[in-house]
Structures are given as C-alpha cells and as structure tokens.
Design a protein around this ligand. Sequence first.
Ligand SMILES: [Cu+2]
Length: 120
Amino acid sequence: MDQLSINLLGLLLIAFIVWWFWLSKSKPRKLQEEGSIEILVQDGVYTPSRIQVAVSKPVTLVFIRKDVTPCAETVLFDGFNISKQLPLNTPVKIKITPEKTGEYAFSCQMKMYQGSLVVV
Ligand SMILES: [Cu+2]
C-alpha cells in the first residue's frame, strides 16, 4: 500500500472512532415491564444506555454494576439531583418521576459511563 492510502485508512479509522464514541445514538429502549428497567453497568457502557419513559409516570431504574473499576461506582442524574453508590453485583433501585419531557443525561462521576433518559 502506498503512503496515501495508509493515511486515508487512518483518517477513516479516526472518523469511525469519533462516530462510535460521540455521535452514535442507539434507539431508546422502552421499559421492560410496568415501570421498571434493568441497566447493566459493564465494560464502560450502560446497557441499555438510552431509556424512553413517559412523562409524569414513576419509573424504577435498576442498576446492576458488574464493573470492578472505581469509575463505575457512582451514578449521577444531573437533572434530578440524584447521586447513588453502586455496590458490585447488587441491584440498586432508583425511582424517578420525570415532570417534563426532554432528554436527561446520567453518568458516572467522570462521565466515562454515559446514558440518557428520554422523557416523552
Ligand atoms: Cu467513571
């Protein structure tokens, strides 16, 4: 391969990485059952990371942390003034009643883990 195509390949790779980490948005997941959803905290991502909920309806988010690194140990909901410790392998329930539609981010304290609540 000549120099140019190697450079092009590098650029494509960078573009892909940027898209993957900052621009890709998964479809919001709806609640599994009546008012509750489990969120796995593992390998640097919340699964699911976007959750669709209905406005003015109470929801219970059940966080299950599998990641041993301290990065994962707290989850913060900026818009709701919520900050919770997540012990390893222990489901932690967070109850929220969103009063306004919109998208509300949640994250770990360093913002490595990122997710959002899509209120419709
Ligand atoms: Cu973190």
